[in-house]
Design a binder for this molecule. Structure first.
Ligand SMILES: NC(=O)c1ccc[n+]([C@@H]2O[C@H](COP(=O)([O-])OP(=O)(O)OC[C@H]3O[C@@H](n4cnc5c(N)ncnc54)[C@H](O)[C@@H]3O)[C@@H](O)[C@H]2O)c1
Length: 354
């Protein structure tokens, strides 16, 4: 797949093995940033790729996704004589990607980097689209720019070692793109759900490709997220708030899944979708939401609405979010506190809702 960007075209290629390591081994002056867990799980294969090259092993936790960590890695790169011709190789999920993209963007005003995404979320969503985002204090994804890799190598074998919550997190993004593309597209993806739930590789490859193609269509119109790309935030306003009230115990894609269910409930209450449609959509999403992660205290109006009101799109009275109407999604900027809490109450039976 070729993606058009302001930096030029870049490619995302699919593999079911590590054969692309041979191509990478040929490249000179590499510096690796590797997810700690991935390094220990795939030590043998990765050691053969990394050889004597320089490598920073990074623990993939949100606390490490900040400018201090980026500076620490930059310091090491500079001390190890990295130059403008250094090729940064990032191996990991969204956290490793975000830190690596930031470093590649600012070091010597931009060095080349390539990405080997190892989570389903990164393979299906974040690997294209150019965004780099670092957290600042309690604010998530506050800093960053748009700086895509020159090449993405997607090996679906990595998916098999993901913990269930991280796997379901990626399925949430697959479901998001499927729904945004219309109800027929959702039904097609939902018909593959049985295979997806057991990590069937053929089904996964099909759905990863479908989701990336959808995202490609959007980002090629609005790479810098000025307006149209905003629709990709379906499920995100409510999802980010849940990530925050759970202090990031809820992974990103799980938050998005919850957020889509809540948004669909509001769509139904407003008459945008029928009850049958609501039940079919949310019945499917429910299968990939790990209910045991959701705690009542995350949803009390005190905590949940307070966090929602910190959203940059909150106008002082009304919330903005993306809602599905059966054909696709649209932005709505007139969502009230009551609608949100009523929908939580009717559907989720959490917090104030009990
Ligand atoms: N830049 C973007 O466009 C973009 C888009 C969406 C999300 N994000 C960011 O991505 C982050 C979430 O990323 P994520 O969900 O990909 O995961 P992650 O990087 O947070 O990793 C999740 C967990 O999976 C582990 N892991 C990674 N690969 C593995 C493998 N193959 N086997 C076993 N364990 C593995 C990690 O060590 C970690 O414990 C968030 O910080 C989010 O803000 C960025």
């Amino acid at each position: 797949m070729i993606v058009k960007s302001y930096t030029g075209d870049y490619e995302a290629d699919f593999y079911s093995d590590f054969s692309f390591f041979e191509e990478l081994k040929e490249k000179k002056n590499k510096f690796f940033i590797v997810d700690q867990k991935v390094f220990s799980l795939y030590r043998e294969q990765l050691s053969a790729l990394i050889g004597d090259d320089l490598c920073y092993i990074l623990e993939a936790v949100e606390e490490n996704k900040n400018v201090n960590m980026a500076l620490e890695i930059i310091e090491q790169m500079v001390e190890m004589h990295s130059k403008r011709n250094t090729l940064l190789v990032a191996i990991g999920g969204g956290i490793i990607q975000d830190v690596s993209a930031f470093i590649a963007n600012v070091l010597y005003r931009g060095i080349s980097w390539v990405l080997i995404p190892t989570t389903l979320l990164a393979q299906t969503d974040s690997c294209i689209g150019s965004k780099s985002s670092l957290n600042f204090k309690q604010y998530k994804n506050l800093m960053g720019y748009f700086y895509p890799p020159t090449q993405i190598y997607i090996n679906t074998k990595f998916i098999h070692t993901l913990e269930q919550k991280d796997y379901f997190s990626g399925l949430g993004e697959i479901m998001k793109c499927a729904i945004m593309d219309g109800f027929e597209s959702f039904k097609e993806t939902n018909s593959n759900m049985e295979g997806l739930l057991v990590r069937d590789e053929d089904k996964l490859l099909k759905e990863i490709t479908k989701a990336l193609n959808f995202k490609k269509r959007v980002i090629e119109i609005d790479e810098f997220d000025k307006e149209y790309r905003n629709i990709m935030n379906f499920g995100h306003t409510f999802g980010h708030a849940l990530e925050s009230t759970s202090n990031y115990a809820i992974p990103h894609g799980q938050g998005v899944s919850f957020g889509m269910m809540l948004a669909n409930r509001i769509s139904y209450e407003r008459g945008y979708i029928s009850q049958d449609m609501l039940e079919e959509l949310n019945g499917a999403i429910e299968k990939i939401v790990m209910q045991e992660l959701l705690k009542a205290e995350y949803f009390s109006s005190d905590t949940y609405l307070k966090v929602l009101k910190k959203d940059k799109k909150f106008t002082g009275k009304l919330h903005t979010c993306i809602l599905f109407d059966g054909d696709g999604v649209k932005r709505h900027s007139d969502i009230t506190d009551e609608e949100i809490m009523d929908s939580i109450k009717k559907f989720f039976k959490f917090g104030d809702a009990r």
